[in-house]
Write a protein that binds this ligand. Structure first.
Ligand SMILES: [Zn+2]
Length: 309
C-alpha cells in the first residue's frame, strides 16, 4: 500500500483554552499544507482507531490509565498539570493519537506501507509511565513501539526525537529496554529541564545550547546519532517529529529551518533503507507557530515519501 497518512476528527475536539499554543488548528495547518503540496496524493488516508487499554498498558501503568479516564470531565475542563488540561473530548482524542501509532505500526509491518505519518494531537513524548505532562497524555510513540516489540515480535526498534524539548516521557518508559535505542536532540535548559544525564544505557541524549542553529544540529546527529543507529541495526524506526525548534516558533530557540528538518529526515530514511526496508513511523509532537509547523512538517513528509530530490 501507499505510505499511510493517519489522523482523526476527534483530534480537533481536544482543546485547552483559546490562548493555548497546543491548539486544534495545528492539525488542519499540517493537513492543508500536505494537500497543497500534493503530498497527500501519494499517501493512503486512514482514520486513527481508539487505542485499547491493553495497548496503552504496554507503555503506561493501569492505575494511570484508569485515573486519567476517571478525570475526564463531562463538561468544562480539568487541569492535569500547569500546562495541560482535559475537556470532555480530550480522553478520546488521546486514545486516537495513541491508536494512530498502533495502526501505523501494523500498516508498516504487515501491509507494506513503508512509512506512515500520524498527524495527531495531543502529542505524546512528555507523557511518562504514570503521569501526564507538557500537553501530553499517552505516549503515542512508546505505545506504538511496544506494540511493534510485544505484538509483532520485533527485537530492535529505534526512536529518534528531534522536538526542541527533551522527550522525558519516552525516556521514562523506554529506558533500560534493551530492545529500544532512543536518540534525542533538544535545547538545553528548556522544559522539561532534564535529559543532560541519560537515564539508561539505551539513550543517546544530545543537549544543544540555545541558538545552535542547523550546523550544530547536523554535526551532533552525524557524530552521535548515526553511529549509534548503525550499531543498533533497527528493524523499525519511530520518529517523534516535533517542529518547535523552528526559528519562527517562540517555544524554543534552536533556530532551525525547513531544510534542517528535511536533512535530519533524510539521515533517518537512509538508516531505515540500510537496516529495515525503509520502515518508518512518524508521530507529530510539538510545533506551535502554525505556518512554520506546516512548512516543516511538509518538508519532513516529502522526504519520508522519497520525493526530496
Ligand atoms: Zn516540544
Amino acid at each position: 500500500m501507499l505510505p499511510a497518512y493517519i489522523s482523526h476528527p476527534d483530534c480537533l475536539k481536544h482543546a485547552m483554552g483559546d490562548q493555548h499554543p497546543e491548539c486544534p488548528e495545528r492539525i488542519g495547518a499540517v493537513s492543508d499544507m500536505l494537500l497543497i503540496k500534493g503530498l497527500l496524493d501519494f499517501m493512503q488516508p486512514c482514520e486513527a482507531p481508539l487505542a485499547t487499554e491493553q495497548q496503552l498498558a504496554q507503555a503506561h501503568s493501569s492505575l494511570y490509565i484508569h485515573t486519567l479516564a476517571a478525570l475526564s470531565p463531562r463538561e468544562g475542563s480539568v487541569q492535569v498539570d500547569p500546562d495541560t488540561s482535559m475537556n470532555p473530548h480530550s480522553y478520546r482524542a488521546a486514545l486516537r493519537a495513541a491508536g494512530a501509532a498502533v495502526l501505523a505500526t501494523d500498516l508498516v509491518l504487515t501491509k507494506g506501507a513503508g512509512t506512515a505519518f500520524c498527524n495527531v494531537r495531543p502529542p505524546g513524548h512528555h507523557a511518562e509511565y504514570g503521569a501526564a505532562g507538557g500537553f501530553c497524555f499517552f505516549n503515542n510513540a512508546a505505545v506504538g513501539i511496544r506494540h511493534a516489540l510485544n505484538v509483532h515480535g520485533l527485537e530492535r526498534v529505534a526512536l529518534v526525537d528531534f522536538d526542541v524539548h527533551h522527550g522525558n516521557g519516552s525516556e521514562d518508559i523506554l529506558r533500560d529496554d534493551e530492545r529500544v535505542l532512543m536518540c534525542s536532540i533538544f535545547e538545553d535548559k528548556l522544559y522539561p529541564f532534564c535529559g543532560n544525564v541519560p537515564r539508561g544505557a539505551n539513550m543517546v541524549n544530545v543537549a544543544l545550547p540555545a541558538r545552535s542553529g542547523g550546523e550544530l544540529l547536523r554535526q551532533a546527529v552525524t557524530e552521535q546519532w548515526l553511529p549509534a543507529l548503525e550499531r543498533f541495526q533497527p528493524q523499525l524506526i519511530f520518529i517523534s517529529a516535533g517542529f518547535d525548534g523552528h526559528r519562527d516558533d517562540d517555544m524554543g530557540n534552536l533556530g532551525l529551518v525547513e531544510a534542517d528538518y528535511a536533512w535530519i529526515t533524510k539521515q533517518i530514511v537512509a538508516v531505515a533503507a540500510r537496516h529495515c526496508q525503509g520502515r518508518i513511523v512518524s508521530c507529530l509532537e510539538g510545533g506551535y507557530e502554525l505556518s512554520s509547523l506546516a512548512r516543516s512538517a511538509a518538508a519532513h513528509v516529502k522526504v519520508l515519501l522519497g520525493m526530496d530530490d
